[in-house]
Design a protein around this ligand. Structure first.
Ligand SMILES: C[S@@+](CC[C@H](N)C(=O)[O-])C[C@H]1O[C@@H](n2cnc3c(N)ncnc32)[C@H](O)[C@@H]1O
Length: 219
């Protein structure tokens, strides 16, 4: 397997996308600036990811590839794919990941993947950016094999720090969209047809609260 070319044709939405513009601008400093946060959220996500030997996994919004890097060491025989709409983030991921990890330019709302092609689909620190979360969840469901596992890690609105951050970002950051709580997350996944939905919330330090949702795709 080889990496795809992150400089292939641009997505039609790119030029209008505030999130992509921000990450394109911040890509070079992303890993150093958010080192603690990336390390903690990748660790918590992987702890809850049911990937078995030889299985396939899709990381949507893979960014600079921290989670795929960790998985490529712990699961050398897994078939790993990362997708991200920000070419600058994807290019850094390409520099850091082994050749066997496939990287594709694309978005959660329109995944460039075959139906029923992954055992596990996950997303870490990305879901709150999606303007059309239900469309993305239907895409996750489409690309998962029947009974495949979905794992989503994101900020959690149940915590005061995230509530305050949401209010601040809503006023000052045009890329910001929303922050979900555990109940919203459970409701969205259930509405999208996922089953055995579990949402667990936790803190990664004294202040910041996250949640990880786990669910199975419709059989
Ligand atoms: C906070 S970074 C997280 C990167 C990585 N998952 C991590 O935890 O370090 C958010 C990532 O989501 C990507 N992203 C933004 N909008 C997206 C979309 N619609 N579909 C998929 N990824 C998206 C951004 O380009 C960025 O790389």
């Amino acid at each position: 397997m080889t990496k795809s070319d992150p400089s292939s044709a641009p997505h039609a939405d790119d030029k209008d996308d505030q999130v992509v513009s921000q990450y394109a601008w911040k890509a070079d400093e992303y890993d150093a600036r958010w080192a603690f946060y990336i390390e903690a959220t990748v660790r918590e996500t992987l702890r809850r990811t049911p990937l078995k030997s030889g299985q396939s996994l899709l990381d949507v919004g893979c960014g600079t590839g921290a989670l795929l890097r960790a998985l490529s060491k712990t699961h050398p025989d897994a078939k790993l794919t990362g997708i991200d709409p920000t070419r600058e983030m994807l290019s850094l991921a390409g520099d850091r990941l082994p050749e066997r990890v496939i990287l594709k330019h694309g978005r959660a709302e329109d995944l460039p993947c075959e139906d029923k092609s992954f055992d596990v689909a996950l997303s870490c620190n990305m879901f709150h950016y999606l303007r059309e979360p239900m469309r993305a969840l239907r895409e996750f469901s489409r690309v998962l094999k029947p009974g495949g596992a979905l794992v989503l890690t994101d900020w959690c609105h149940d915590y005061l720090a995230c509530k305050l951050c949401h209010i601040y970002l809503s006023c000052f950051d045009p890329a910001h969209f929303t922050v979900y709580g555990t109940a919203d997350c459970r409701e969205l996944l259930t509405e999208a047809g996922f089953r055995d939905v579990e949402v667990e919330r936790y803190k990664i330090n004294w202040l910041w609260g996250m949640m990880t949702a786990k669910a199975l795709s419709p059989a």
